[in-house]
Design a protein. Sequence first.
Length: 526
Amino acid sequence: MTSPVSFQPLIHAAVAGQAARDPDATALVWRDREIGYGMLEAAANSYAADLAERGVGPGQIVPFVMDRSPEMVALQLAVLKLGAAYANLDPNWPVERQRLILDLVAPAVVVTTHGQWSERFACFLPAAGGLDDAARRARPFDPAPVPPDAPATVFFTSGTTGVPKGVLSPHQAVTRLFGPQGLGGFGPGHATPQVAALPWDMYAFELWGQLTTGGTVVLIPASYLLPSSLRQVVSKHGVDTLWITASVFNLFVDEDPDCFGGLGHVYTGGEKASPEHMRGFLLRHPGLPLWNAYGPAESCMITTLRRLALADCDMPGGVPVGAPVNGTSVELLDKDDQPCEPGQKGEICIAGQGLATGYLGQPELTREKFPTIDLAGVPVRMYRTGDMAVWDHDGALHYRGRRDRQIKINGLRIELAEIESVAGELPGVRNCIAFPVNDADGRPERLALVYLVPRSDADPPGPPDGDPLSVHAQLRRLLPGYMVPQTVRGLVQYPVTANGKVDRAALHEIVRNSRPAARARGATRR
Protein backbone atom coordinates (compact mmCIF):
# COMPACT_ATOMS: atom_id res chain seq x y z
CA MET A 1 0.00 0.00 0.00
CA THR A 2 1.16 3.54 -0.75
CA SER A 3 -0.10 6.80 0.64
CA PRO A 4 -2.06 9.37 -1.39
CA VAL A 5 0.53 11.42 -3.25
CA SER A 6 -0.80 14.96 -3.00
CA PHE A 7 -3.65 17.05 -1.68
CA GLN A 8 -5.89 19.11 -3.96
CA PRO A 9 -8.85 20.92 -2.37
CA LEU A 10 -11.04 20.78 -5.50
CA ILE A 11 -12.76 17.43 -6.02
CA HIS A 12 -12.50 17.33 -9.82
CA ALA A 13 -8.91 18.60 -9.81
CA ALA A 14 -7.90 15.88 -7.35
CA VAL A 15 -9.46 13.20 -9.56
CA ALA A 16 -7.79 14.70 -12.65
CA GLY A 17 -4.47 14.60 -10.83
CA GLN A 18 -4.87 10.90 -10.16
CA ALA A 19 -5.78 10.33 -13.83
CA ALA A 20 -2.64 12.14 -14.99
CA ARG A 21 -0.48 10.24 -12.52
CA ASP A 22 -1.77 6.73 -13.25
CA PRO A 23 -4.45 6.63 -15.97
CA ASP A 24 -4.62 2.83 -15.99
CA ALA A 25 -5.29 2.51 -12.25
CA THR A 26 -8.80 1.26 -11.49
CA ALA A 27 -11.10 4.10 -10.46
CA LEU A 28 -14.47 2.33 -10.60
CA VAL A 29 -15.77 -1.22 -10.62
CA TRP A 30 -19.24 -1.68 -12.08
CA ARG A 31 -20.80 -5.13 -12.51
CA ASP A 32 -17.32 -6.71 -12.62
CA ARG A 33 -16.02 -4.20 -15.18
CA GLU A 34 -12.97 -2.17 -14.16
CA ILE A 35 -12.86 1.45 -15.34
CA GLY A 36 -9.55 3.30 -15.26
CA TYR A 37 -8.92 6.85 -14.13
CA GLY A 38 -7.93 7.85 -17.66
CA MET A 39 -11.25 6.73 -19.14
CA LEU A 40 -13.24 8.35 -16.31
CA GLU A 41 -11.43 11.66 -16.81
CA ALA A 42 -11.84 11.58 -20.60
CA ALA A 43 -15.57 10.89 -20.29
CA ALA A 44 -15.93 13.69 -17.72
CA ASN A 45 -14.29 16.15 -20.13
CA SER A 46 -16.68 15.12 -22.91
CA TYR A 47 -19.70 15.49 -20.67
CA ALA A 48 -18.42 18.87 -19.44
CA ALA A 49 -18.34 20.16 -23.02
CA ASP A 50 -21.85 18.77 -23.60
CA LEU A 51 -23.26 20.45 -20.49
CA ALA A 52 -21.48 23.74 -21.21
CA GLU A 53 -23.29 23.84 -24.56
CA ARG A 54 -26.55 23.53 -22.62
CA GLY A 55 -25.83 26.54 -20.45
CA VAL A 56 -24.32 25.00 -17.31
CA GLY A 57 -21.77 27.30 -15.68
CA PRO A 58 -20.27 28.55 -12.41
CA GLY A 59 -22.60 28.95 -9.45
CA GLN A 60 -25.40 26.82 -10.86
CA ILE A 61 -26.92 23.69 -9.34
CA VAL A 62 -27.50 20.71 -11.62
CA PRO A 63 -30.01 18.12 -10.36
CA PHE A 64 -29.44 14.44 -11.12
CA VAL A 65 -32.37 12.05 -11.41
CA MET A 66 -30.72 8.77 -12.35
CA ASP A 67 -29.59 5.49 -10.86
CA ARG A 68 -26.08 4.76 -9.63
CA SER A 69 -23.70 4.14 -12.55
CA PRO A 70 -20.24 5.04 -13.91
CA GLU A 71 -21.90 7.57 -16.21
CA MET A 72 -23.35 9.33 -13.18
CA VAL A 73 -19.89 9.68 -11.62
CA ALA A 74 -18.39 11.08 -14.84
CA LEU A 75 -21.29 13.50 -15.24
CA GLN A 76 -20.86 14.75 -11.68
CA LEU A 77 -17.19 15.38 -12.36
CA ALA A 78 -18.27 17.26 -15.49
CA VAL A 79 -20.60 19.48 -13.46
CA LEU A 80 -17.78 20.25 -11.01
CA LYS A 81 -15.40 21.10 -13.87
CA LEU A 82 -17.93 23.73 -15.00
CA GLY A 83 -17.86 25.41 -11.58
CA ALA A 84 -21.37 24.18 -10.78
CA ALA A 85 -22.68 21.89 -8.03
CA TYR A 86 -24.59 18.64 -8.42
CA ALA A 87 -27.69 17.61 -6.46
CA ASN A 88 -28.68 13.93 -6.36
CA LEU A 89 -32.41 13.26 -6.22
CA ASP A 90 -33.52 9.72 -5.51
CA PRO A 91 -35.33 8.44 -8.64
CA ASN A 92 -37.58 6.42 -6.31
CA TRP A 93 -38.86 9.51 -4.51
CA PRO A 94 -42.49 10.40 -5.23
CA VAL A 95 -42.78 12.56 -8.35
CA GLU A 96 -44.28 15.44 -6.36
CA ARG A 97 -41.31 15.43 -3.98
CA GLN A 98 -38.93 15.58 -6.94
CA ARG A 99 -40.94 18.39 -8.52
CA LEU A 100 -40.80 20.55 -5.38
CA ILE A 101 -37.01 20.31 -5.31
CA LEU A 102 -36.59 20.88 -9.04
CA ASP A 103 -38.82 23.95 -8.87
CA LEU A 104 -36.73 25.27 -5.97
CA VAL A 105 -33.48 24.77 -7.90
CA ALA A 106 -34.89 26.11 -11.21
CA PRO A 107 -32.02 24.44 -13.11
CA ALA A 108 -30.66 25.23 -16.54
CA VAL A 109 -30.64 21.49 -17.16
CA VAL A 110 -31.61 18.27 -15.36
CA VAL A 111 -29.33 15.27 -15.86
CA THR A 112 -31.59 12.25 -16.02
CA THR A 113 -32.24 8.86 -17.55
CA HIS A 114 -35.91 9.15 -16.63
CA GLY A 115 -38.16 10.93 -19.09
CA GLN A 116 -40.85 12.44 -16.89
CA TRP A 117 -39.22 15.90 -16.61
CA SER A 118 -38.52 16.60 -20.28
CA GLU A 119 -41.67 18.71 -20.75
CA ARG A 120 -41.00 20.87 -17.68
CA PHE A 121 -37.21 21.29 -17.78
CA ALA A 122 -34.35 21.11 -20.26
CA CYS A 123 -32.92 17.63 -19.76
CA PHE A 124 -29.60 16.00 -20.61
CA LEU A 125 -29.85 12.27 -21.24
CA PRO A 126 -26.47 10.51 -21.56
CA ALA A 127 -26.01 8.84 -24.96
CA ALA A 128 -26.71 5.13 -25.22
CA GLY A 129 -23.00 4.44 -25.79
CA GLY A 130 -22.32 5.34 -22.17
CA LEU A 131 -18.85 5.95 -20.78
CA ASP A 132 -17.07 4.34 -23.74
CA ASP A 133 -18.73 6.66 -26.23
CA ALA A 134 -18.05 9.73 -24.08
CA ALA A 135 -14.39 8.79 -23.63
CA ARG A 136 -13.88 8.17 -27.37
CA ARG A 137 -15.06 11.65 -28.33
CA ALA A 138 -13.10 13.38 -25.56
CA ARG A 139 -11.42 16.68 -26.27
CA PRO A 140 -9.37 18.94 -23.99
CA PHE A 141 -11.44 20.90 -21.51
CA ASP A 142 -10.27 23.69 -19.20
CA PRO A 143 -12.18 23.64 -15.89
CA ALA A 144 -13.73 26.85 -14.61
CA PRO A 145 -11.57 28.52 -11.94
CA VAL A 146 -13.33 28.19 -8.57
CA PRO A 147 -12.05 28.49 -4.98
CA PRO A 148 -12.09 25.58 -2.50
CA ASP A 149 -15.12 27.06 -0.72
CA ALA A 150 -17.20 27.05 -3.92
CA PRO A 151 -20.34 24.87 -3.72
CA ALA A 152 -19.81 21.33 -5.00
CA THR A 153 -22.85 19.30 -3.98
CA VAL A 154 -26.25 19.45 -2.33
CA PHE A 155 -27.15 16.87 0.31
CA PHE A 156 -30.76 16.33 1.31
CA THR A 157 -31.87 15.78 4.90
CA SER A 158 -35.32 15.56 6.44
CA GLY A 159 -37.14 18.88 6.85
CA THR A 160 -39.93 19.95 9.19
CA THR A 161 -42.10 21.11 6.27
CA GLY A 162 -42.23 17.69 4.61
CA VAL A 163 -39.76 18.79 1.90
CA PRO A 164 -36.12 17.70 2.33
CA LYS A 165 -33.67 20.42 3.34
CA GLY A 166 -30.97 20.96 0.73
CA VAL A 167 -27.55 21.40 2.38
CA LEU A 168 -25.17 23.18 -0.02
CA SER A 169 -21.65 21.92 0.65
CA PRO A 170 -18.30 23.17 -0.77
CA HIS A 171 -15.38 21.26 -2.29
CA GLN A 172 -13.15 21.70 0.75
CA ALA A 173 -15.77 20.14 3.02
CA VAL A 174 -15.24 16.85 1.18
CA THR A 175 -11.52 16.95 0.45
CA ARG A 176 -10.47 18.02 3.97
CA LEU A 177 -10.95 14.44 5.15
CA PHE A 178 -8.64 12.81 2.63
CA GLY A 179 -5.06 13.05 1.46
CA PRO A 180 -1.74 12.72 3.33
CA GLN A 181 -3.16 13.98 6.65
CA GLY A 182 -6.56 12.37 6.12
CA LEU A 183 -8.40 9.25 7.17
CA GLY A 184 -6.89 5.79 6.96
CA GLY A 185 -7.96 3.34 4.28
CA PHE A 186 -8.03 5.70 1.30
CA GLY A 187 -5.62 5.93 -1.63
CA PRO A 188 -3.81 3.57 -4.02
CA GLY A 189 -4.38 -0.06 -3.09
CA HIS A 190 -7.56 0.66 -1.13
CA ALA A 191 -11.18 0.10 -2.19
CA THR A 192 -14.59 1.10 -0.84
CA PRO A 193 -18.10 -0.03 -1.78
CA GLN A 194 -20.42 2.81 -2.81
CA VAL A 195 -23.88 1.91 -1.57
CA ALA A 196 -25.04 4.91 0.48
CA ALA A 197 -28.23 6.62 -0.66
CA LEU A 198 -27.56 9.07 -3.50
CA PRO A 199 -28.93 12.22 -1.78
CA TRP A 200 -26.96 11.59 1.45
CA ASP A 201 -23.59 13.08 2.41
CA MET A 202 -22.04 9.64 2.94
CA TYR A 203 -22.45 9.08 -0.80
CA ALA A 204 -19.68 11.67 -1.17
CA PHE A 205 -17.61 9.92 1.52
CA GLU A 206 -17.75 6.57 -0.24
CA LEU A 207 -17.22 8.00 -3.72
CA TRP A 208 -14.83 10.94 -3.51
CA GLY A 209 -12.77 9.56 -0.63
CA GLN A 210 -11.15 7.02 -2.93
CA LEU A 211 -11.36 8.89 -6.24
CA THR A 212 -9.59 12.00 -4.93
CA THR A 213 -6.75 9.91 -3.49
CA GLY A 214 -6.18 7.22 -6.12
CA GLY A 215 -8.18 4.35 -4.64
CA THR A 216 -10.99 2.26 -6.13
CA VAL A 217 -14.76 2.58 -5.73
CA VAL A 218 -16.94 -0.50 -6.20
CA LEU A 219 -20.38 0.75 -7.27
CA ILE A 220 -23.12 -1.45 -5.80
CA PRO A 221 -26.26 -1.67 -7.98
CA ALA A 222 -28.47 -2.61 -4.99
CA SER A 223 -29.75 0.03 -2.59
CA TYR A 224 -28.25 -1.67 0.46
CA LEU A 225 -25.45 -4.02 1.45
CA LEU A 226 -25.98 -7.47 2.96
CA PRO A 227 -23.40 -9.49 4.90
CA SER A 228 -23.17 -11.88 1.94
CA SER A 229 -22.59 -9.07 -0.58
CA LEU A 230 -19.97 -7.52 1.72
CA ARG A 231 -18.11 -10.83 1.77
CA GLN A 232 -18.31 -10.95 -2.03
CA VAL A 233 -16.88 -7.48 -2.71
CA VAL A 234 -14.10 -8.06 -0.19
CA SER A 235 -13.02 -11.35 -1.79
CA LYS A 236 -13.65 -10.39 -5.42
CA HIS A 237 -12.66 -6.72 -5.60
CA GLY A 238 -10.35 -6.21 -2.64
CA VAL A 239 -12.66 -3.89 -0.70
CA ASP A 240 -10.89 -3.02 2.55
CA THR A 241 -12.54 0.22 3.74
CA LEU A 242 -16.19 0.29 4.76
CA TRP A 243 -18.69 2.91 5.90
CA ILE A 244 -21.76 1.43 7.60
CA THR A 245 -24.48 3.17 9.62
CA ALA A 246 -24.83 2.17 13.26
CA SER A 247 -28.16 0.38 12.80
CA VAL A 248 -26.88 -1.73 9.90
CA PHE A 249 -23.60 -2.34 11.75
CA ASN A 250 -25.60 -3.71 14.70
CA LEU A 251 -27.58 -5.94 12.35
CA PHE A 252 -24.41 -7.33 10.73
CA VAL A 253 -22.83 -8.01 14.12
CA ASP A 254 -25.95 -9.91 15.18
CA GLU A 255 -26.45 -11.88 11.97
CA ASP A 256 -22.94 -12.53 10.63
CA PRO A 257 -20.13 -11.06 12.76
CA ASP A 258 -17.47 -12.72 10.61
CA CYS A 259 -18.59 -10.88 7.45
CA PHE A 260 -16.15 -8.07 8.34
CA GLY A 261 -13.19 -10.38 7.76
CA GLY A 262 -10.67 -9.07 5.24
CA LEU A 263 -11.42 -5.40 5.89
CA GLY A 264 -8.76 -2.92 6.99
CA HIS A 265 -10.95 -0.09 8.32
CA VAL A 266 -14.59 0.03 9.44
CA TYR A 267 -16.20 3.45 9.89
CA THR A 268 -19.60 3.62 11.53
CA GLY A 269 -21.91 6.34 12.81
CA GLY A 270 -25.02 8.25 11.84
CA GLU A 271 -26.71 7.28 15.11
CA LYS A 272 -25.78 6.65 18.73
CA ALA A 273 -23.51 3.63 19.04
CA SER A 274 -24.53 0.43 20.80
CA PRO A 275 -21.80 -0.49 23.32
CA GLU A 276 -22.78 -4.16 23.21
CA HIS A 277 -22.43 -4.40 19.43
CA MET A 278 -19.17 -2.46 19.45
CA ARG A 279 -17.82 -4.78 22.14
CA GLY A 280 -18.91 -7.85 20.19
CA PHE A 281 -17.13 -6.60 17.08
CA LEU A 282 -13.90 -5.76 18.90
CA LEU A 283 -13.78 -9.15 20.59
CA ARG A 284 -14.37 -10.89 17.25
CA HIS A 285 -11.94 -8.70 15.27
CA PRO A 286 -9.32 -7.43 17.76
CA GLY A 287 -6.90 -6.18 15.09
CA LEU A 288 -9.42 -4.47 12.81
CA PRO A 289 -9.71 -0.68 13.38
CA LEU A 290 -13.29 0.30 14.25
CA TRP A 291 -13.98 4.03 14.02
CA ASN A 292 -16.98 5.69 15.68
CA ALA A 293 -17.94 8.85 13.78
CA TYR A 294 -20.20 11.80 14.48
CA GLY A 295 -21.19 14.45 11.98
CA PRO A 296 -24.29 16.20 10.64
CA ALA A 297 -24.63 16.85 6.91
CA GLU A 298 -24.15 20.56 7.63
CA SER A 299 -20.55 19.73 8.53
CA CYS A 300 -20.17 17.22 5.70
CA MET A 301 -19.81 13.55 6.49
CA ILE A 302 -17.60 13.35 9.58
CA THR A 303 -16.93 15.95 12.28
CA THR A 304 -15.40 13.89 15.08
CA LEU A 305 -13.89 10.42 15.06
CA ARG A 306 -12.47 7.87 17.47
CA ARG A 307 -10.81 4.51 17.00
CA LEU A 308 -12.52 2.38 19.60
CA ALA A 309 -11.01 0.17 22.25
CA LEU A 310 -12.82 -2.30 24.49
CA ALA A 311 -12.62 0.14 27.39
CA ASP A 312 -14.72 2.64 25.39
CA CYS A 313 -17.63 0.19 25.45
CA ASP A 314 -17.78 0.26 29.25
CA MET A 315 -17.94 4.02 29.75
CA PRO A 316 -20.98 5.08 31.82
CA GLY A 317 -22.12 7.72 29.32
CA GLY A 318 -21.82 5.49 26.28
CA VAL A 319 -19.23 5.09 23.52
CA PRO A 320 -17.31 8.35 22.86
CA VAL A 321 -17.42 9.98 19.43
CA GLY A 322 -13.85 11.20 19.66
CA ALA A 323 -12.06 14.35 18.58
CA PRO A 324 -12.43 16.75 15.62
CA VAL A 325 -11.09 15.60 12.26
CA ASN A 326 -8.71 17.55 10.03
CA GLY A 327 -9.91 21.06 9.09
CA THR A 328 -12.66 21.04 11.73
CA SER A 329 -13.10 22.51 15.19
CA VAL A 330 -15.79 21.84 17.78
CA GLU A 331 -16.92 23.99 20.68
CA LEU A 332 -19.40 23.02 23.38
CA LEU A 333 -21.32 26.17 24.26
CA ASP A 334 -23.66 26.83 27.17
CA LYS A 335 -26.91 28.81 26.94
CA ASP A 336 -24.90 32.05 26.96
CA ASP A 337 -22.60 30.86 24.15
CA GLN A 338 -19.70 30.43 26.54
CA PRO A 339 -17.33 27.44 26.18
CA CYS A 340 -18.02 24.55 28.54
CA GLU A 341 -15.50 23.01 30.90
CA PRO A 342 -14.77 19.25 30.78
CA GLY A 343 -17.75 17.39 32.22
CA GLN A 344 -20.14 20.29 31.58
CA LYS A 345 -22.89 19.57 29.06
CA GLY A 346 -23.25 22.00 26.17
CA GLU A 347 -24.43 22.30 22.58
CA ILE A 348 -22.10 21.01 19.87
CA CYS A 349 -21.17 23.96 17.65
CA ILE A 350 -18.93 23.29 14.65
CA ALA A 351 -16.53 25.51 12.69
CA GLY A 352 -13.97 24.98 9.96
CA GLN A 353 -13.67 23.85 6.36
CA GLY A 354 -16.43 21.27 6.64
CA LEU A 355 -19.22 23.80 7.08
CA ALA A 356 -21.96 24.01 4.48
CA THR A 357 -22.60 27.23 2.59
CA GLY A 358 -26.16 27.06 3.88
CA TYR A 359 -29.60 25.69 3.09
CA LEU A 360 -30.89 25.78 -0.45
CA GLY A 361 -33.54 28.48 -0.80
CA GLN A 362 -33.82 29.05 2.97
CA PRO A 363 -31.81 32.18 3.88
CA GLU A 364 -33.53 32.73 7.25
CA LEU A 365 -32.85 29.17 8.40
CA THR A 366 -29.26 29.53 7.19
CA ARG A 367 -28.77 32.67 9.30
CA GLU A 368 -30.32 30.95 12.31
CA LYS A 369 -28.29 27.74 12.13
CA PHE A 370 -24.98 29.23 10.90
CA PRO A 371 -24.49 32.32 13.10
CA THR A 372 -21.25 34.16 13.73
CA ILE A 373 -20.35 33.67 17.39
CA ASP A 374 -17.80 35.63 19.39
CA LEU A 375 -15.24 33.25 20.87
CA ALA A 376 -12.68 35.00 23.07
CA GLY A 377 -13.05 38.15 20.99
CA VAL A 378 -12.80 36.38 17.63
CA PRO A 379 -15.90 36.17 15.39
CA VAL A 380 -16.33 32.59 14.15
CA ARG A 381 -18.94 31.24 11.75
CA MET A 382 -20.40 28.10 13.30
CA TYR A 383 -23.13 25.55 12.83
CA ARG A 384 -25.47 25.03 15.78
CA THR A 385 -26.23 21.31 15.75
CA GLY A 386 -28.84 21.12 18.50
CA ASP A 387 -26.87 18.10 19.79
CA MET A 388 -25.64 18.04 23.37
CA ALA A 389 -22.34 16.58 24.53
CA VAL A 390 -19.59 16.75 27.15
CA TRP A 391 -15.81 16.75 26.85
CA ASP A 392 -13.99 14.32 29.10
CA HIS A 393 -10.64 15.23 30.65
CA ASP A 394 -8.80 13.38 27.86
CA GLY A 395 -10.34 15.59 25.16
CA ALA A 396 -12.85 13.04 23.86
CA LEU A 397 -16.40 14.06 23.02
CA HIS A 398 -19.35 12.16 24.51
CA TYR A 399 -22.75 12.56 22.83
CA ARG A 400 -25.65 13.30 25.19
CA GLY A 401 -28.65 13.49 22.88
CA ARG A 402 -30.67 16.26 21.29
CA ARG A 403 -31.26 19.61 22.92
CA ASP A 404 -34.84 19.57 21.65
CA ARG A 405 -35.72 16.13 23.07
CA GLN A 406 -37.53 17.69 25.99
CA ILE A 407 -41.30 17.31 25.64
CA LYS A 408 -44.38 18.11 27.70
CA ILE A 409 -47.28 15.77 28.47
CA ASN A 410 -50.10 17.06 30.66
CA GLY A 411 -47.96 20.09 31.47
CA LEU A 412 -45.06 18.02 32.83
CA ARG A 413 -41.59 18.30 31.28
CA ILE A 414 -40.03 15.01 30.25
CA GLU A 415 -36.44 14.41 29.11
CA LEU A 416 -36.49 11.47 26.70
CA ALA A 417 -32.75 10.98 27.15
CA GLU A 418 -33.29 10.34 30.87
CA ILE A 419 -35.78 7.57 30.11
CA GLU A 420 -33.31 6.00 27.67
CA SER A 421 -30.48 6.25 30.18
CA VAL A 422 -32.47 4.44 32.88
CA ALA A 423 -33.93 1.82 30.53
CA GLY A 424 -30.55 1.17 28.95
CA GLU A 425 -29.19 -0.10 32.28
CA LEU A 426 -31.86 -2.81 32.63
CA PRO A 427 -30.98 -6.47 31.99
CA GLY A 428 -31.93 -7.59 28.51
CA VAL A 429 -32.23 -4.06 27.08
CA ARG A 430 -29.47 -3.73 24.49
CA ASN A 431 -30.31 -0.43 22.82
CA CYS A 432 -33.40 1.69 23.35
CA ILE A 433 -35.32 4.64 21.91
CA ALA A 434 -37.93 6.64 23.82
CA PHE A 435 -40.33 8.87 21.92
CA PRO A 436 -43.76 10.49 22.23
CA VAL A 437 -46.87 9.22 20.48
CA ASN A 438 -48.90 12.18 19.26
CA ASP A 439 -52.65 12.69 19.15
CA ALA A 440 -54.59 13.71 16.03
CA ASP A 441 -53.53 17.34 16.54
CA GLY A 442 -49.83 16.47 16.74
CA ARG A 443 -49.53 16.92 20.51
CA PRO A 444 -47.69 14.30 22.62
CA GLU A 445 -50.27 12.20 24.47
CA ARG A 446 -48.25 9.19 25.70
CA LEU A 447 -44.75 7.74 25.80
CA ALA A 448 -43.32 4.73 24.01
CA LEU A 449 -40.10 2.78 24.44
CA VAL A 450 -38.67 0.34 21.90
CA TYR A 451 -35.48 -1.62 22.41
CA LEU A 452 -33.46 -4.47 20.96
CA VAL A 453 -33.53 -7.94 22.48
CA PRO A 454 -31.43 -11.00 21.63
CA ARG A 455 -33.13 -13.25 19.09
CA SER A 456 -33.49 -15.96 21.72
CA ASP A 457 -35.64 -13.58 23.78
CA ALA A 458 -37.88 -12.47 20.92
CA ASP A 459 -40.65 -14.95 21.76
CA PRO A 460 -39.56 -17.01 24.78
CA PRO A 461 -41.65 -19.50 26.76
CA GLY A 462 -41.38 -17.42 29.92
CA PRO A 463 -40.54 -13.82 30.94
CA PRO A 464 -36.71 -13.52 30.73
CA ASP A 465 -34.59 -10.43 31.14
CA GLY A 466 -35.79 -7.95 28.54
CA ASP A 467 -39.43 -9.04 28.60
CA PRO A 468 -41.53 -5.90 27.95
CA LEU A 469 -43.75 -6.50 30.97
CA SER A 470 -40.67 -6.89 33.16
CA VAL A 471 -39.03 -3.79 31.65
CA HIS A 472 -42.22 -1.79 32.20
CA ALA A 473 -42.44 -2.95 35.82
CA GLN A 474 -38.82 -2.02 36.51
CA LEU A 475 -39.28 1.42 34.95
CA ARG A 476 -42.25 2.01 37.24
CA ARG A 477 -39.92 1.44 40.19
CA LEU A 478 -37.16 3.67 38.81
CA LEU A 479 -38.98 6.62 37.22
CA PRO A 480 -41.76 9.00 38.24
CA GLY A 481 -45.12 7.78 36.99
CA TYR A 482 -45.45 10.50 34.36
CA MET A 483 -42.11 9.42 32.80
CA VAL A 484 -42.94 5.72 32.48
CA PRO A 485 -43.69 4.74 28.85
CA GLN A 486 -47.16 3.29 28.45
CA THR A 487 -46.08 1.25 25.41
CA VAL A 488 -42.97 -0.94 25.62
CA ARG A 489 -41.83 -3.08 22.71
CA GLY A 490 -38.88 -5.44 22.36
CA LEU A 491 -37.65 -5.83 18.77
CA VAL A 492 -35.16 -8.22 17.22
CA GLN A 493 -34.05 -5.37 14.97
CA TYR A 494 -35.09 -1.82 14.16
CA PRO A 495 -36.66 -0.96 10.81
CA VAL A 496 -34.25 1.15 8.78
CA THR A 497 -34.52 3.75 6.03
CA ALA A 498 -32.72 3.81 2.70
CA ASN A 499 -29.89 5.69 4.47
CA GLY A 500 -29.48 2.79 6.88
CA LYS A 501 -30.72 4.82 9.85
CA VAL A 502 -33.54 3.87 12.21
CA ASP A 503 -36.89 4.47 10.50
CA ARG A 504 -38.65 6.62 13.09
CA ALA A 505 -41.89 6.73 11.13
CA ALA A 506 -42.01 2.93 11.08
CA LEU A 507 -41.41 2.82 14.85
CA HIS A 508 -44.35 5.16 15.35
CA GLU A 509 -46.54 2.83 13.29
CA ILE A 510 -45.38 -0.16 15.34
CA VAL A 511 -46.31 1.41 18.67
CA ARG A 512 -49.43 3.19 17.43
CA ASN A 513 -51.11 -0.19 16.97
CA SER A 514 -49.70 -1.73 20.16
CA ARG A 515 -51.32 -2.48 23.44
CA PRO A 516 -49.43 -1.23 26.52
CA ALA A 517 -46.22 -3.11 27.34
CA ALA A 518 -46.77 -5.50 24.41
CA ARG A 519 -44.14 -7.70 22.83
CA ALA A 520 -43.07 -7.61 19.21
CA ARG A 521 -41.42 -10.49 17.48
CA GLY A 522 -39.35 -8.30 15.18
CA ALA A 523 -39.17 -5.66 12.52
CA THR A 524 -37.97 -5.64 8.96
CA ARG A 525 -36.16 -3.37 6.54
CA ARG A 526 -38.40 -0.84 4.84
